[in-house]
Design a protein around this ligand. Structure first.
Ligand SMILES: Cc1cc2nc3c(=O)[nH]c(=O)nc-3n(C[C@H](O)[C@H](O)[C@H](O)COP(=O)(O)OP(=O)(O)OC[C@H]3O[C@@H](n4cnc5c(N)ncnc54)[C@H](O)[C@@H]3O)c2cc1C
Length: 509
């Protein structure tokens, strides 16, 4: 359907129609648009986005020092060279995305302050009917589309996860979650306890340390970190040779991916060796007297959870300087003055920062139904980690965790565009992943194997995520190195996608 033909024959005139509606203007949604424009040039499309601006994660998080924890050569898109330092601050990532939006003239297609609340598939119309609320006016606006492309991320942006600590109301100081960091928070000269030791805590702590009177990192259990200089030697050498930026981007991406693959494979085959390598670098920063066993030696093997990168060892330098103390202990309760740990230590604080993670959001908390029957995604089976059994004409973007999220954005976009073109070639109006009778009894597995990847937000809500089967194409292959070869050649006509063709009636023909 062309850009000008915006009103569907089956949609009421008050309903704006697009071939493709994208939900979310984060790094996934902006990437999806690039590929859609390039690979499906005739399709009309719009992005619906709750926030006032693009960026998703990089707009929501505003705590001091907020930055990526993987390198931007692989977190950046394959089509847009990254020219800065490998680990980047949120504002630099937003600048990169702003450039991508300008390059593709995406801005005019984004409807900001449009929160999608409901999506209903009608088999009679062969369309999605989508309802959104304009967050500035509370007005309900309606759209229809042939294909719905979910780029909503994986966590609820409105608030982070804070465990239900005993005594929360007793604490006389301020409690802050990094996801909703107050712009006017005055932490200068204050005693701050940061609960948590994930990537957020590791970023925040060295960025607070210089201004606070003291910072305590309170963790229930240790996390793995890796560290190094925030520069890429290969990129620097290529630039010295005046190699064009497009080449630098591609070469450095390939080299980093090769390195990551080797480390991940080694983490599975020789976990003790990888563990020792990670710990020895930390030891160099904090010194031999520091109790590495208690504070930095996790009980799980490397890469079972994402390993946060600490550029230039800043976290460890602030520990070595004495500005930051690490306490590894459970929380008994909050008190008037701070936190009482399970071992009986009271940590006094003016501010407590709960870097305790996310609330998982399944499909942007949108209510879905197919022909009036509500969709519980926890009861669907994933089709290649992109579509869902019984849900027509809908794809969802879920990136990698071990490799940069965006590496999958490019691959899934290629797949969705190929599918859209395939549907056009077949003159198909709909495409529904459908488990064949012979596969109905296959074993159902969780979205992600907790043995492989087990962050708290996923463990708390795994039952809400789609299931996997035990065979292709009903699995989420969370491995870039396998998917990069398999996804581009995945057979769309193996029977697991059921296409419904346009019916040409005598009157219409
Ligand atoms: C601090 C931090 C650092 C991170 N660093 C890295 C890293 O270095 N490397 C890495 O691979 N990953 C990293 N991640 C994970 C990161 O979230 C993802 O990699 C990536 O940014 C997700 O992009 P996204 O566009 O898919 O989702 P998001 O960034 O979550 O964006 C989704 C967008 O969809 C919108 N939306 C959601 N629901 C609706 C709805 N119902 N209606 C309308 N709009 C909706 C949201 O408002 C949001 O703008 C990090 C995460 C955090 C929090």
């Amino acid at each position: 359907m062309s850009e000008t033909n915006r009103l569907s024959a089956n949609a009421s005139p008050a309903v704006e129609h697009f071939d493709v509606l994208i939900v979310g203007a984060g790094i996934s949604g902006i990437g999806a648009v690039h590929h859609l424009r390039e690979q499906c040039p005739g399709k009309s499309f719009a992005i619906l986005e709750t926030k006032e601006s693009f960026g998703g994660t990089w707009r929501t998080h505003t705590y001091p020092g907020v930055r990526s924890d993987s390198d931007l050569y692989t977190f950046g898109y394959r089509f847009k060279p990254w020219t800065g330092a490998p680990v980047a601050q949120a504002d630099t990532i937003l600048d990169y995305m702003a450039d991508a939006i300008e390059d593709d003239q995406t801005d005019e297609h984004i409807r900001y302050q449009h929160q999608v609340l409901k999506a209903s598939w009608s088999s009679e119309d062969q369309l999605w009917h989508v309802e959104a609320t304009k967050t500035d006016t509370d007005e309900t606006v309606r759209f229809s589309c042939n294909f719905l492309w979910m780029c909503q991320g994986y966590y609820r942006h409105s608030e982070g996860y804070t465990p239900d600590f005993k005594g929360l109301e007793d604490f006389k100081g301020k409690i802050v979650h990094p996801q909703t960091w107050p712009a006017d928070l005055d932490y200068k000269g204050k005693r701050v306890v940061v609960i948590g030791s994930g990537a957020t805590a590791a970023t925040l702590i060295p960025n607070l340390a210089d201004d606070c009177s003291h910072v305590t990192m309170l963790q229930r259990s240790p996390t793995y970190f890796w560290t190094g200089e925030n520069r890429n030697e290969l990129a620097d050498s290529l630039r010295e040779l005046e190699v064009p930026e497009e080449w630098v981007h591609e070469i450095v991406r390939r080299s980093l991916l090769k390195e990551q693959r080797e480390i991940q494979e080694m983490s599975a085959s020789h976990p003790e060796m990888v563990k020792e390598g990670l710990l020895s670098v930390i030891r160099e920063h904090v010194g031999d007297d520091f109790d590495i066993d208690t504070h930095f030696t996790p009980s799980y093997r490397p890469w079972q959870q994402r390993i946060a990168y600490v550029p230039n060892g800043d976290l460890f330098k602030s520990i070595a300087s004495g500005k930051v103390t690490v306490v590894t202990d459970g929380i008994d309760r909050l008190t008037e003055k701070g936190i009482l740990t399970q071992s009986g230590q009271e940590l006094e604080a003016d501010i407590i920062v709960t870097a305790t993670g996310f609330n998982l959001s399944v499909m942007g908390d949108i209510k879905f139904d197919v022909d009036g029957e509500s969709v519980d995604f926890g009861n669907t089976i994933t089709y290649r980690g992109i579509m869902n059994s019984g849900v027509p004409n809908m794809a969802a973007m879920f990136g990698y965790f071990r490799t940069s999220w965006t590496m999958r954005v490019d691959l899934v976009s290629d797949f969705v565009c190929r599918l859209l073109n395939h549907m056009d070639e077949k003159d198909a109006l709909s495409c529904t992943p459908t488990v064949a009778d012979k596969d109905r009894t296959m074993e159902q597995r969780p979205w992600i194997d907790p043995e492989e990847f087990n962050p708290g937000y996923m463990q708390r809500s795994l039952h809400l995520m789609p299931k996997q089967g035990d065979r292709e194409p009903w699995i989420l292959n969370a491995n870039y190195f396998v998917e990069k070869d398999e996804l581009p050649v995945a057979n769309l006509d193996d029977g697991s996608l059921v296409f419904e063709a346009r019916v040409i009636t005598a009157a219409a023909s």
